[in-house]
Design a protein around this ligand. Sequence first.
Ligand code: ASP
Length: 398
Amino acid sequence: MPSSRTPAWILPSLLAVTVTAALVAVPGAGGAAAPSSAVPVAAEQDGPGPDTAEQSKTAQGRAVQGEPGTTKPRPDARDVVLAVHGGAGAALDRETTTPAREKAYRDGLARALRAGQKVLDRRGTSLDAVEAAVKVLEDDPLFNAGKGAVFTADASHELDASVMRGSDLAAGAVAGVRNLRNPVEGARLVMEKSRHVMLSGEGADDFGQQHGLATVTQDYYWTQARWDALIRAKETASGSKTAAKTPEALADEQSKGTVGAVALDGRGDLAAATSTGGLTNKLPGRIGDSPVIGAGTYAKNGTLAASATGAGEVFIRGAATSTISNLMEFARLPLASAAYEVLVKRLPALGGDGGVIALGPNGDFDAPHSSPGMLHGYLTEDGAVVTKVFPDESPANT
Ligand code: ASP
């Protein structure tokens, strides 16, 4: 049932969802409008174009292609300075994703990379770069963070975010915020302007507002696609007929949409950031791994910067990102082996899947995932942007 904090505007709709379980999604209702003109597939990619294995090799010269079917001990790419993800899940399905939709996702990832690149190019810090990149993804309604965040079970939005700096292990996080336009800014603020690492709920919202962060009302986060996803989740939970899915809804469902970034700056400092609306139909008050340092986010110079996405409870229980770092530091595993060990071998055994973007101090980059796909992209030292949105661009478990 709606909590006392559920905004009045949502109540009629929520009642309709819970009482009328046979509601179906509105045909054609999707999230953000796709660009009106048809566009070439992957036209937003700078440099290498669509990231097939062949093109990656020739255009970048730096992507590392593993042998098909071999166990994964190697990084995906080298000389990476910034990487972002847009969530684990099925990623996008080649059969059902329109070129315009594909372009929208690739553009979103590329825009975030370019925003971070601007920071790095003017000798900004890796922390500034990951914040800038995540902010762009939070403002993009396609992704489940900031605008476009998923709905809780009581049809509201509660957002989580965190940042971490590898040079001194400084970290900040906000959990369950309901009014910050860009939760990643709140996380940075907690890190820099409070004596704490994590603030939650109203305290976090108030802290952000007092320090001048932009605030919004709950309706700002609303998108049709996330609303439809809530309706479907409630119908599934109640056992009623599953609603017909629009291609847009399908794409949003296939990609769960949490966002994150990792960066390496000219000083050799690593940083990571993660932001999410969490899981559709989550219980109000539920907090996932994204704001938990060592679970959803971790950065330590000398090992790696990592941002995770997937089944948050499992990433918390498995201390996902800090375990990768510990395997590198204490068991001397290389980045790709440590990330593979945690993501592919350990976490699925705990009952959940997902992925991580991981960047080492030498520019080695890896994006292992146990989910069928993970939207992500990276920027190399020489300015090439690569985006991966289809599962066959980054097969799981390899
Ligand atoms: N890890 C996020 C959470 O559990 C969800 C996701 O990455 O899709 O809140």
